[in-house]
Design a protein around this ligand. Structure first.
Ligand SMILES: Cc1ncc(COP(=O)(O)O)c(C=O)c1O
Length: 434
């Protein structure tokens, strides 16, 4: 790095400290966000350094991040995308690749998923002409169970795609075992659960594919961004092809002839020797990210353990503080898990003398941000009415979540003072109304 660039980056770090330092928490005035990016001077310097180098497309930093993140997550390959939703789209679409031959999913095949969750866990199923099969969740863990998934398997079922709910894992070892026994693909949507373990093993390592989001609310951020993880090299090539316009070639931008036979292929009905860089083996997309984002990701990655520890601490403080408050169903980690929490979920007992809306309004009036368990029961949303899907069992708890559940933040930017204020505010409201 030139002396001039080093000087600029030093100034950037100082600038960061000047503008970010020392804002006191004022209860009821300072916003307590449910989630947010925690960015330090090194993060700011990393983005500026990438900008100084005009690394505006995906290149060196993207490759470096992919390799570091795959290693960190215990998978052989990671492919960066422009969002977690794009990662989900790629993961599901990969299962429809002709390269999987008789194992490929075809329109009308079923994918088991959860009704109460984030829409883009489910949308790629529909977008690929596949049929979602919705199962219910448990209250307390907000996840489905292996038993429910097993019951939902039918003659057309070919895959399972489930998100680990707000950092809490579903029974992923048991579901992976079921998938193996029934020859089903398993995709773990790990967007909200990077760093979580189940039976001592990191989530994202149980399924054929796993996805991650790097939106600011998530465990690591790049602003916008996502990732598909896999240890299956066939799936990895398919994901890369689908992400990069559907091309057959795997040269990085600016490279040619990595395979040493750029003009040596004959594919489809193309003439022999057609430039491999322009042979397309999938009907693909362009869902790539940029080095500016990857540079931020690399800087964030060094803090993953600290972020996870803070999330666990904040969740534990809320859990202990609210333990004796009546009328609230408090969250529980899935047995055998160590969640790196995304949020702290609360369900207001349907028999309580107050409604969720009243408690949420009170908290919001105190600048305590709240969120819903995303869509609640997705099948009730306008987008899904009239779409083809199957429901296995009743969606009773998904409906309870739709009507009675919300969550507050645990992200590393929250202080003990803030968490205590959240606890005191919830307790004050509930006690006044009981
Ligand atoms: C479980 C889950 N899956 C997928 C996504 C989509 O990620 P993105 O916002 O990066 O598209 C989210 C977003 O919060 C999510 O919570």
């Amino acid at each position: 790095m030139s002396e001039r660039a080093a000087h600029i980056l030093d100034e950037v770090r100082k600038y960061h400290q000047d503008i970010e330092g020392g804002r006191a928490f004022v209860p009821g005035v300072t916003e307590i966000w449910p989630s947010g990016a925690v960015l330090d001077d090194e993060d700011r310097a990393a983005v500026v350094e990438a900008a100084l180098n005009l690394r505006i497309a995906a290149g060196r930093s993207a490759r470096k991040f992919e390799s570091a993140f795959a290693q960190r997550m215990g998978r052989r390959k990671a492919h960066l995308t422009n969002s977690g939703s794009s990662a989900n789209l790629l993961a599901v679409t990969a299962l429809t690749s002709p390269q999987l031959q008789e194992r490929r999913l075809v329109p009308g095949d079923e994918v088991i998923t959860v009704a109460a969750g984030f829409p883009t866990t489910v949308n790629p199923i529909l977008q690929n002409g596949l049929v979602p099969v919705f199962v219910d969740i448990d209250l307390h863990t907000y996840n489905t169970t292996a038993e429910r998934v097993a019951k939902a398997v039918g003659p057309r079922t070919r895959a399972i795609m489930i998100a680990h709910a707000l950092g809490n894992p579903f029974e992923v070892a048991e579901v992976a075992q079921l998938a193996r026994e029934r020859d089903l693909f398993l995709i773990e949507d790990t967007c909200d659960a990077v760093g979580t373990t189940y039976q001592g093993r990191p989530v994202g390592t149980f399924g054929d594919l796993a996805t991650v989001s790097f939106y600011p609310a998530h465990h690591l951020t790049m602003g916008e961004g996502g990732c598909v993880l896999t240890s299956n090299l066939v799936l990895a090539r398919i994901v890369e092809s689908l992400r990069d316009w559907g091309r057959d070639c795997w040269c990085e931008p600016g490279e040619s002839d990595t395979c040493r036979k750029r003009f040596g292929y004959q594919m489809g009905t193309l003439p022999a020797g057609y430039d491999h860089k322009y042979i397309f083996s999938h009907v693909g997309y362009n869902l790539k990210t940029t080095d500016l984002q990857a540079a931020l990701g690399l800087s964030q990655l060094t803090k993953l353990d600290d972020f996870g520890a803070a999330r666990r601490r904040n969740w534990g403080r809320l859990r202990a503080g609210l333990a004796d408050v009546p009328w609230l169903l408090l969250p529980e980690p899935t047995p055998g898990s160590d969640p790196s929490w995304f949020g702290f979920v609360v369900t207001v007992d349907p028999a309580a003398p107050f409604r969720r809306a009243e408690l949420v309004d009170f908290l919001e009036s105190r600048k305590i941000g709240t969120r819903r368990l995303f869509a609640g029961n997705l099948t009730r949303h306008p987008a899904y009415l009239g779409r083809e899907f199957r429901v296995c069992g009743e969606l009773t708890n998904s409906d309870i979540v739709t009507d009675h559940t919300f969550w507050v933040g645990v992200y590393p930017g929250l202080t003990e003072e803030m968490i205590d204020y959240v606890v005191a505010s919830v307790a004050e409201f509930v006690r006044a109304r009981s």
